[in-house]
Design a protein around this ligand. Structure first.
Ligand SMILES: Nc1ncnc2c1ncn2[C@@H]1O[C@H](COP(=O)(O)OP(=O)(O)OP(=O)(O)O)[C@@H](O)[C@H]1O
Ligand SMILES: [Mg+2]
Length: 772
């Protein structure tokens, strides 16, 4: 047997070694589904399957890259290179480059990102004279996205009275027209949005049987990871492509289906056995990722869901630490707890930053965590924010490049026609849009014929427009001979962009300039990597495609040793030694938006299951008693999900001297929030509250020697407090004074607290009780 196969257990070997036929691996988190997929590809190749005939679809491009890397280690670099591997979007974007002409798209079609799509929708809504507060672009966008992912074309929409009724009931009776205009405009601009990449692929495979046959023949072996989160459109593509040879292997976990809100259909995994003949079903039960405590806790949570396939997950790993539950007063405290715990654990156990991840339900929660990590100089990276390529200055540069390849690209053109400013006003642009729509041409074509058409624009402005056309055309000429790097460098200089970004000379301007430089570096790398493969024109097209589909998770920039901050949705499939799940509060997690129906709540619970099962060694759950949300301080109560975890796996580490024990203390901390408004409706079982010995233990039998109050604490400790004193702080609990410095009103003490470690406090403000 091949050596690498010995790295699989028997249950994993079975699906790996089944070469042909349809099969599904349904198994819980961390049981090796992704590993099976990876090794199976290597095995297929060892059995003579041509690497060109294998298609593997992953959840992120990063996952595809890692998988390819692992396969290359096993079978060698050369062969692994030929594998078709990536997300649905990136794989089918490539296919549409070759085949899009059947559908009337140029091979150099633009991919509109969410920002482009929403801008276009915004202008359509405006042009139609609709109320933008009723027709909110984001909502309209997600509505159109859901039509597309369910293969409802414009034609199908107008034939479907239920849809029309639903939109009318939602006070948007003209949705259908917007949809039609949007699709027409994208088509005219030679552009596809993200959903089109799937929708148009479906159209291609349905309308052109020869094309379908060609790709069925090519992709004789198809593998799909995270199958539980495929949407209808993706499902149909996989079905169509695998129909001839039926060598289809999908892996997934129904308990980790977390994208229903974006159209994922859990039935795809539940019904797989009905879709093909003689489906082999495999189950994996052994978890290799996590400790017994984490596996046990995750199992006990998911038990609460009614809709689920019965599954066993166990592990032979060590018992490990219990899951630590920590309560804070505010989100600021929560951030400090996370940062100080990471810092201490790192120091005590000599761990890299990359062993730690902080997961949250909503992006807004990252700020407090970031602040705290920054204060401690712990490097971190936020995943899933604005990707590098979506920053304004970068999109400005790439808009020029997009125009070079596809001058019909309306969003790119509108972005730069007057940036840097060249005296072309919004009214002119509006008139150009109207003319383009009237003639059924792109704006660029209107510009090229500006002297021969009927348009109300004065000669001075017409000359400026002609200059713009000449500029873009000169770039197109250059693109015939120069490579993407040379072209981009020239574009940034000659268009005046470089001057523009740092015009104001501010630090922000400097950062923008550095970003543009970084983009140039990226293009240079790309070109050097491509040099043996492509000519100059192709390198630009491929670079722009990568840019359009790049997600923040894919970019490997900056210091690789950082703490990862991301939403739980993004963490799917990943693993980290230590995981903090923050904001474990009712209305936040589960989200207030997702508690209306059982199925929504169950999806939130699956999300929690995903979060918990990312941890290998240690998981922390943190919640706060109050949190700023929408600009207001609101009371919070612990998430029901904490309660749902079987007690035996929990270790509540919140110190005893908290507000619950002494509600009066909270008056000082909360300011104007009255203590009796702090609710404890759902206290967590705190069975093991005292069981964990803290690092620093305050000596017993201490008497209070002084009591501070907000009015008398100024200079209270001057001269009184000395190194070695044991003090108590309302928030940090007990601690030992290890250093005193400064004079008068600036006296500071360094105190080693039981929880949170060493802190430097200005005594003027610190509310301390001296215990001895
Ligand atoms: N047989 C094995 N021996 C040792 N380690 C294994 C084995 N199988 C899997 N692992 C390791 O266990 C971890 C989890 O595996 P993997 O990521 O493939 O699980 P998964 O089922 O895909 O998880 P998820 O549901 O989170 O996507 C990985 O670190 C993997 O390398
Ligand atoms: Mg996986």
């Amino acid at each position: 047997m091949e050596k690498y196969l010995s790295q699989l257990n028997d249950a994993q070997l079975a699906p790996t070694l089944q070469k042909d036929g349809p099969m599904i691996v349904i198994a819980g988190a961390g049981s090796g589904k992704t590993r099976v997929l990876t090794y199976r590809i290597a095995y297929l190749m060892s059995q003579g399957v041509d690497s060109f005939n294998i298609l593997a679809l992953t959840f992120t491009n990063k996952a595809a890259k890692e998988m390819k890397g692992r396969i290359a280690e096993i079978v060698g670099d050369g062969e692994a290179k030929n594998l078709w591997m990536g997300t649905f979007h990136s794989v089918f974007a490539k296919i549409l480059r070759f085949e899009g002409h059947h559908l009337g798209f140029p091979s150099n079609f633009t991919i509109y990102d969410t920002q482009d799509s929403q801008k276009l929708l915004g202008s359509i809504i405006k042009e139609m004279g609709l109320d933008k507060d009723v027709y909110k672009t984001k909502q309209v966008y997600s509505r159109i996205s859901s039509y597309k992912n369910n293969l409802i074309t414009v034609k199908a929409y107008f034939k479907n009275p239920e849809l029309i009724e639903a939109d009318t009931a939602a006070r948007r009776p003209r949705m259908g027209e917007i949809y039609k205009n949007y699709v027409d405009r994208c088509f005219k601009a030679g552009a596809m949005d993200f959903d089109d990449l799937l929708l148009r692929t479906n159209e291609l495979l349905t309308r052109f049987p020869n094309v379908l046959a060609q790709y069925q023949n090519k992709f004789r072996y198809i593998l799909v990871d995270e199958y539980q989160d495929t949407n209808h459109s993706q499902y149909l593509i996989v079905r169509a492509l695998s129909d001839r040879f039926q060598n289809i292997c999908v892996v997934g976990d129904d308990a980790q289906s977390i994208y229903a809100f974006r159209g994922a259909n859990i039935n795809n995994i539940l019904n797989f056995q009905k879709d093909y003949d003689d489906v082999k079903v495999y189950r994996l039960e052994q978890n290799y990722r996590s400790t017994k405590n984490i596996v046990g806790a995750a199992n006990s949570v998911i038990e609460h869901n009614k809709t689920k396939l019965d599954k066993v997950v166990w592990t032979a790993n060590t018992e490990g630490e219990k899951i630590k539950v920590h309560r804070s007063l505010t989100d600021g405290d929560e951030g400090r707890f996370v940062a100080s715990t990471i810092w201490e654990t790192k120091m005590n156990q000599h761990l890299p930053n990359s062993d730690f991840a902080v997961l949250y339900r909503t992006n807004a929660q990252s700020r407090a965590i970031e602040d705290a990590l920054r204060k401690r100089d712990i490097p971190y990276r936020i995943y899933g924010g604005l990707s590098f390529y979506q920053r304004k200055e970068i999109k400005d540069v790439t808009a020029y490049l997009r125009l070079v390849l596809n001058p019909a690209d309306e969003e790119a053109l509108k972005r730069v026609i007057n940036y840097p400013a060249r005296g072309i006003g919004q009214t002119t642009v509006d008139r150009l849009v109207v003319a383009a729509n009237g003639y059924g041409k792109s704006i660029f074509e209107v510009l090229q014929n500006i002297d021969n058409i009927d348009i109300d624009i004065n000669n001075g402005t017409k000359n400026k427009l002609k200059d713009f056309v000449t500029l873009i055309e000169s770039y197109q000429v250059m693109n015939q001979t120069a490579n993407a790097f040379e072209l981009t460098e020239h574009v940034t200089k000659s268009s005046g962009l470089i001057r523009e970004v740092n015009k104001d000379g501010t630090p922000e301007g400097q950062v923008r300039l550095e970003n543009v430089e970084e983009l140039l570096n990226g293009i240079k790398d790309f070109v050097e990597g491509q040099i043996e493969l492509a000519d100059a024109g192709d390198s630009l097209a491929e670079f722009l495609e990568d840019v359009a589909l790049a997600t923040d998770l894919d970019a490997d920039k900056g210091n690789p040793d950082h703490v990862a901050l991301m939403t739980i949705h993004l963490a799917k499939g990943l693993e980290f030694s230590h995981v903090f799940i923050v904001g474990m509060e009712e209305d936040l997690f589960p989200s207030a938006m997702s508690m209306n129906t059982r199925s929504e709540l169950e999806e939130e619970r699956r999300l929690f299951y995903v979060a918990l099962t990312r941890a290998e060694k240690q998981a922390y759950l943190t919640y706060t008693l109050s949190r700023y949300r929408w600009g207001k301080l609101i009371d919070a109560e612990p998430s029901r999900f904490i309660e749902e975890i079987d007690d035996q796996y929990l270790d509540v580490i919140t110190p005893l001297n908290d507000v619950r024990q002494n509600p009066m203390l909270s008056a000082d901390i909360f300011g104007d929030v009255e203590p009796n408004r702090i609710r404890f409706k759902k206290p967590v079982k705190r069975k093991s509250e005292t069981s964990k010995a803290p690092k620093f233990v305050a000596p017993k039998n201490l008497k209070r020697v002084s009591k501070s109050s907000p009015s008398d604490n100024t200079n209270l400790f001057d001269g009184k407090l000395t190194v070695g004193n044991i003090v108590e702080h309302a928030r940090f609990g007990k601690g030992e004074v290890i250093k005193i410095e400064g004079k008068g009103a600036d006296v500071k003490a360094e105190i080693n607290f039981e929880v949170g470690g060493v802190k430097k406090l200005l005594l003027r403000f610190a509310k301390l009780d001296v215990l001895g």
